[in-house]
Design a protein around this ligand. Structure first.
Ligand code: ATP
Length: 355
């Protein structure tokens, strides 16, 4: 019966710097957002992993972390990284093992200029797109090496690896996403210069497109696409790219959204076999950590993506509306030119969600 409650279990890794501050804000918003739905219950479990843990234990998270996390319905992450710990330690010690271990092959980066936020590049209503980045293969392979080290003839080679399965599944995800949105898909390619892997990507992009006659799809060279995203972002709906091209294009579009503290990111395992991870795109911001001034918008938006992924579209939409209304009415943190602290800003979002 409809009063049977579904419990969604969420593993929370606040991480470093402002990470814990912004995820706690997100949790407050989530708890209020699901109140009108008695059938949905959220249960949070916090894990104190990250750089502080590394400095004490010599690893970013315990050995059996993936096993522990695999029992959860979703993972909610703040930020990982700290100046006293090399970047590759924090990345390879936590984020990458989770991404790979749980086969989170889609990196989804929604980009929308929210009302009330100033952007150097776009006008309100003219920037509303999603970047779908391949998250497991491509340019970020370990295949390669260096020869003739230290000599004038030194060579460094790193292979790009595209598999048919890997390209097909990311491209298909992007077509599905376009079908749910405005029906427009742009594939980022570089097949004018990269003559083996990129044409392979293009070929599969076109093949999969035959299954989606309702989607208007085209391929664009990534350099020209980067320029168009800056000059005419309103022309785009869903953009799909390889690991490297998707990474760069999603940073360009996120920057066009006004501030680094607003944009969210989802690392998805769309099969549902493993948990997916949701996080704001910003880092641990050591310069403002512990001061209570971090902008929690990216974490709150990521929380909305998490609700959507868990199948609670209505609650997800309510969170985004409350966030946008808060900003539109002029409540802003310092990074956006306002004076609100993290808590005050979150109070305002929560207030708009109360019945
Ligand atoms: P990483 O390499 O981990 O992404 P980074 O140093 O490149 O880290 P951030 O940690 O995101 O980037 O910080 C970049 C700048 O943006 C800093 O000045 C930081 O204070 C600011 N910043 C980042 N996130 C926020 C936020 N949520 N609210 C306010 N300012 C932020």
């Amino acid at each position: 019966n409809c009063y049977d409650s579904v419990v969604a279990r969420i593993a929370v890794i606040g991480g470093d710097g402002i990470g814990p501050e912004v995820v706690e804000a997100g949790i407050r918003v989530l708890e209020v957002a699901v109140r009108p739905e008695p059938s949905l219950e959220l249960e949070f479990e916090r894990f104190p992993w990250g750089c502080e843990y590394y400095l004490e234990q010599g690893r970013m998270m315990p050995k059996d972390a993936l096993e522990t996390l695999s029992g959860f319905d979703a993972l909610y992450l703040g930020a990982v990284g700290w100046p006293s710990v090399p970047d590759h330690v924090s990345l390879w010690g936590l984020l990458l093992p989770i991404r790979r271990g749980f086969d989170q092959y889609v990196n989804l980066r929604p980009v929308r200029l929210l009302r009330g936020v100033q952007s150097p590049l776009a006008e309100p209503g003219k920037l509303d797109l999603v970047v779908v980045r391949e998250n497991t293969e491509g340019e970020y392979s370990d295949a390669g090496g260096r020869l003739h080290r230290g000599t004038p003839h030194e060579i460094a080679v790193q292979e790009t690896v595209f598999t048919r399965r890997g390209v097909e599944r990311i491209v298909r995800y992007a077509y599905e996403e376009a079908k749910k949105r405005r029906g427009l898909l742009t594939g980022a390619t570089k097949s004018n210069g990269i003559s083996i892997t990129m044409p392979f990507f293009d070929e599969i992009f076109r093949e999969v497109g035959e299954e989606f006659p309702e989607v208007e799809a085209s391929l664009m060279h990534a350099d020209a696409l980067a320029a168009r995203l800056v000059l005419a972002p309103e022309a785009f709906d869903v953009v799909v790219g390889s690991n490297l091209l998707g990474d760069i294009l999603s940073e360009i579009t996120a920057a066009a959204c006004g501030a680094i503290g607003i944009a969210p990111s989802a690392n998805l395992n769309p099969t549902g076999e493993h948990p997916s991870l949701f996080e704001p795109i910003h880092g641990s911001a050591p310069d403002i950590a512990g001061k209570g001034v971090a902008n929690p918008s990216g974490a709150i938006w990521a929380a909305s993506l998490m609700l959507e992924h868990l199948g609670h579209e209505a609650a997800a939409a309510r969170v985004l509306v409350a966030l946008e209304e808060t900003l539109a009415e002029g409540v802003k943190t310092r990074d956006l030119g306002g004076e609100a602290g993290t808590e005050e800003f979150t109070d305002e979002v929560v207030r708009r969600l109360l019945p």
